[in-house]
Design a protein around this ligand. Structure first.
Ligand SMILES: Cc1cc2nc3c(=O)[nH]c(=O)nc-3n(C[C@H](O)[C@H](O)[C@H](O)COP(=O)(O)OP(=O)(O)OC[C@H]3O[C@@H](n4cnc5c(N)ncnc54)[C@H](O)[C@@H]3O)c2cc1C
Length: 416
């Protein structure tokens, strides 16, 4: 079924009886050419591009729970390509370009909203660093604007300009950055993959790999053995646990990250805003809730919920940046498991096991990467070669001494 304005009108006039489920509920087949483990954003996007762009067939996505139950449905929905390093910026700008055509490509309203992201700075040194970043972004074809304090006052009048502990000096804006409805992205890719013949199988947990002569032959699952020519793993926070089943130890730690949403308010925050003197980022959803977050909880965890000290820390950050937030009531908070790599950058690569490929290490920036990650992983699975924007995301870069340390924090996953 193709979605269109005409279709909405037709259904409205005929009692909405013609809508169909967005994807099938297929039984697992005994074998596939390509099995993707993990039905999050990255796994579903990979399957979509494998089938649509790279014309592969006999593909399955195996998801242990329901689609959207992982980080794809838990993030704060921010998309941007304001990176600095050559290994990263072209990849994230490629992702931004894919976001810009996503709804047409998947024929699904994922509510991509290019409302602009503004990173505030609070010192001359930070301002100089942002100027350098803006130049790096523009060299990679991205958009960037530096805003002074007066311009910010006009755009973001609700910030604390007059008696802040860390006065706002200016901001780096990426006008094309913004938000997208996170679960709508998963549904759009799932529906698109299904329409191209991919079996999207929920409630099917991978419990082991069958490896023979150094090559993967298939996966053990809670719904039986499934043979596979190639297996691509994209399980985000479960990366360490799943790859351990294939005997591989990853340069990744799992940590919990929380997010928050307030009660619905009238429109007040037009853009995405990030605080430069603390870890705090905020936008307003189309339903009116203020959606915000901050730092990791700081300890290793596989729990999808966090603890109160970080709640306090995030709310303190919000209060010091925009005191008016203290008048809003908090509606919900939740957590997700982050696959934190040692340098804060992702991995899209083959593994020492023939036919087994890995995609992970997205830290808390993997939502914006969803389209490019899926495209690059599909490119690798289909052609055997890394996509041109993802050549630096090698699994062995730590051993070779080529980390991509965007934040300059060293091999400290909880600091990236
Ligand atoms: C609170 C929070 C805020 C965030 N904010 C942002 C943001 O604003 N911008 C941004 O860019 N990024 C953000 N992120 C990060 C982003 O959400 C993740 O990096 C990204 O979603 C990870 O990729 P994914 O969608 O494929 O992961 P997931 O949705 O977690 O997908 C992995 C899937 O694998 C499945 N799985 C695990 N083990 C198995 C198994 N054995 N068998 C089968 N399936 C399995 C899981 O059930 C899950 O559905 C945030 C994350 C969180 C938690």
């Amino acid at each position: 079924m193709h979605f269109s304005g005409f279709r909405v009108l037709k259904e409205a006039l005929s009692g909405h009886k013609g809508w169909k489920p967005l994807w099938r509920d297929p039984q697992p087949q005994p074998a596939y050419d390509i099995v993707i483990v993990g039905g999050g954003g990255h796994g579903l996007a990979t399957a979509f591009y494998l089938a649509k762009t790279f014309k592969q067939s006999r593909i399955a996505v195996l998801e242990k729970g329901w689609l959207g139950s992982g980080n794809i449905g838990r993030n704060t929905t921010i998309i941007r390509s304001n990176y600095l390093l050559p290994g990263n910026e072209p990849f994230y700008e490629f992702s931004m370009k894919l976001w810009e055509g996503l709804e047409q490509e998947t024929n699904f309203n994922s509510m991509v909203s290019q409302r602009g992201i503004i990173n505030l700075f609070h010192s001359d040194a930070q301002g100089h660093a942002f100027r350098r970043r803006a130049n790096a972004m523009m060299l990679a074809g991205a958009d960037a604007r530096l805003l002074d304090r007066d311009a910010l006052r006009g755009m973001l009048p609700y910030l604390n300009y007059d008696n802040a502990r860390f006065p706002i000096r200016g901001g780096l804006m990426q006008p094309r950055g913004g938000t997208a409805r996170h679960d709508g992205v998963a549904w759009g890719y799932a529906r698109g993959a299904d329409r191209h013949g991919v079996d999207v199988i929920q409630n099917c947990e991978v419990t082991g790999f069958r490896i023979d002569g150094g090559a993967v032959r298939g996966v053990e699952t809670t719904r039986g053995y499934i043979g596979a020519g190639k297996v691509g793993v994209a399980v985000a926070g479960a990366s360490g646990r799943v790859m351990a089943m294939a005997g591989l130890r990853l340069p990744i730690e799992s940590h919990v990250l929380q997010a928050f949403v307030s009660e619905g308010l009238k429109p007040v925050i037009d853009n995405v805003v990030t605080y430069g003197a603390g870890h705090f980022y905020i936008s307003q959803s189309d339903k009116g809730g203020l959606v915000f977050g901050g730092d990791l909880d700081g300890y290793n965890s596989y729990a999808q919920r966090g603890n109160l000290p970080v709640v306090e820390d995030v709310l303190e950050g919000g209060m010091s940046l925009m005191p008016m937030i203290g008048r809003a009531r908090l509606l919900r908070s939740w957590g997700g498991i982050m696959d934190m790599s040692m340098d804060g950058s992702p991995i899209i690569d083959r593994t020492p096991v023939e036919g087994l490929y890995f995609n992970g290490g997205w830290c808390y920036g993997g939502f914006k990467a969803t389209p490019a990650s899926g495209f690059a992983f599909a490119h690798l699975l289909a052609t055997g070669r890394p996509h041109e924007t993802a050549t630096a995301y090698r699994l062995d870069r730590f051993a070779r001494g080529y980390p991509i340390d965007e934040r300059g924090a060293g091999a400290q996953p909880n600091l990236h």
